[in-house]
Design a protein around this ligand. Structure first.
Ligand SMILES: O=c1ccn([C@@H]2O[C@H](COP(=O)(O)O)[C@@H](O)[C@H]2O)c(=O)[nH]1
Length: 284
């Protein structure tokens, strides 16, 4: 019997087929208004249906921003559950951007929620925050392996405030340590192209990898890079950050794509333009 592909390998295949773009599903109240939608469950539902229609079969990964569903309470989570089910039925890989991280005894519950077989919120992968200690994430890392799902651990985030925590200690910084652990511990198992444990490194971090002496050339998982588009990083900036590991980088754009709404056709045009922009900068 052939073994099912792990998350990193599934993502590598999808990036080979559709390119490096990940579309963010970020239903900000201002965007809902711009799209002529109410800031309620029906508005969310319509927003998600349009993004899905535009993204399915055109991008490698979809990234719903969980907080923008949670702000609607249980009805928002119900819309997110439907979006996840619909993406699955259309073979579109999803990373739930939930940025979860907790002490070991309760981390298991977050892992069950986002990666568990029976959970209605189960996603192909989830973002994790390692600031309670990298090993506190173990329940999620292990469940992801078991379920052929993936994780993306925040390392160097795209926001300017991130460096006040993440850069402290230079080459012994939290970011550098996390990267070392993720490489050594979590992807040293069987995979073809990429392991299931990824990193989040912002496209906006400039020379931070060099300054902190973080060498991604030995990193063997996917790198989720937010910051392209609305946060100011160009495709050229982005590939300068990730020189040498370009093929592992899946590039998120949320507002940069979504501002083109409300029609699916306008989103498709933005998606195609962004993918072309990224591929052209990557191949230079
Ligand atoms: O370091 C990080 C980690 C996550 N994000 C998330 O990505 C998107 C970015 O949205 P844009 O509209 O393209 O700026 C958003 O969901 C963030 O929560 C990030 O930006 N930086």
């Amino acid at each position: 019997m052939t073994k099912a592909l792990g998350f990193g390998d599934q993502l590598a295949l999808a990036m080979g087929q559709y390119g490096p773009l990940c579309v963010g599903v970020d239903p900000h109240p201002g965007l809902l208004e711009q799209w002529g939608l109410e800031d309620d469950a029906a508005g969310l539902e319509s927003f998600c249906a349009t993004v899905l229609e535009a993204a399915a079969g055109r991008v490698a990964l979809l990234k719903p921003q969980v907080a923008l569903f949670e702000r609607h309470g249980s009805v928002g989570l119900a819309v997110l559950e439907s979006l996840l089910a619909e993406a699955r039925s259309r073979s579109l890989l999803v990373v739930a951007d939930a940025k979860r991280g907790d002490i070991g005894s309760t981390m298991q519950a977050y892992a069950d929620a986002w990666l568990g077989e029976k959970s209605p919120l189960a996603s192909d992968s989830v973002t994790l925050s390692p600031y309670l200690g990298f090993e506190s994430l173990r329940p999620a890392l292990d469940l992801a392996h078991e379920q052929q799902r993936g994780t993306f651990v925040l390392a160097l985030t795209s926001n300017p405030e991130g460096k006040t925590v993440q850069h402290v200690g230079g080459e012994r910084s939290v970011a550098a340590q996390i990267i070392a652990s993720a490489v050594a511990e979590n992807n040293a198992r069987d995979f073809l192209n990429m392991g299931p444990c990824g990193l989040v490194v912002g496209a906006t971090v400039g020379r931070a990898l060099k300054e902190l002496q973080i060498d991604l050339s030995t990193f063997n998982g996917p790198i989720l890079a937010p910051g392209y588009g609305a946060q100011g990083a160009s495709a050229k900036d982005l590939y300068a950050v990730f020189a040498g590991v370009e093929d592992q980088v899946v590039v998120n754009s949320s507002r940069g794509i979504l501002q083109a709404g409300p029609t699916a056709q306008a989103l498709v045009e933005k998606i195609e333009a962004a993918n072309a922009d990224l591929v052209s900068a990557r191949n230079k």
